[in-house]
Design a protein around this ligand. Sequence first.
Ligand code: G
Ligand code: G
Ligand code: NA
Ligand code: MN
Length: 250
Amino acid sequence: RILELDLRKALANEEFELYYQPLVNLKTGRITTCEALLRWNHPVRGTVSPVDIIPVAEEMGLIVDLGRWILRKACMECMMWPKQVSVAVNFSSQQFHQRDILNEVRYALEVSGLPASRLEIEITESSLLRNTQFTHDALAQLHGEGVRIALDDFGTGYSSLSYLHTFPLQKVKIDRSFLEGIDSDRPLTLLRGVARLSADLGMSVVVEGIETNEQLELISADGTVTEAQGYLFSRPVPAARVRKLLTASH
Ligand code: G
Ligand code: G
Ligand code: NA
Ligand code: MN
């Protein structure tokens, strides 16, 4: 496939770029973290979404190289920001399940000089479904390094509440689908329930996909949710615009 050939060249030619979307602390109103989101500036197709890139990269066996590029780039860019916020990096299941994941992370921190406490790794539930012992050990070792692990898109896929206490996770990102129809009573009950449970288990809680002030007020009301993310605060922006976001927020 053409996309496959292009993908290999793209990595060599630096056609990839990271955009960043902030997470905002609800108590302080300040940005705590910027999530790196992959973009591919394809010479002919224009911007290609990670939804189309990641599965192909996994199939091709290119995910390790691509993932390494993303992780190092994100750590290096975070080091250049004017405030000591964290950077969040998405790991696909295959990337997370590579044998030397711990060394990949250590090396990225070492070459960038970024303190481990400023790196957050986002994994999805699908990463927790396979090879449970490896997963558990890898998460524990990463946490031991001082890195935080966030469970992304929680509530989609094969959600199981038991994941939340089986694995060492520090953060839960509640998927934006929980906000659908939030003005009718029921969905809010569900979101609050999941948020409270996560908080009671000692995790910080993020709600994704906040687009309106009404949604922000509703999720802020009981103090359970720690951070929020969504277009209301900012869309994903190119790296060059992060500085401005941070200066405005701090
Ligand atoms: O911002 P956006 O439309 O690009 O993201 C679409 C999806 O792609 C999201 O589910 C997001 O988690 C995923 N994604 C974005 N960047 C990366 C990345 O660098 N690595 C992986 N594995 N997934 C990513
Ligand atoms: O799976 P992950 O949560 O990493 O996906 C991030 C995706 O969600 C990106 O495509 C990003 O552009 C998108 N996104 C971020 N904030 C919002 C929002 O407020 N509304 C909608 N509809 N999408 C959002
Ligand atoms: Na994510
Ligand atoms: Mn998410």
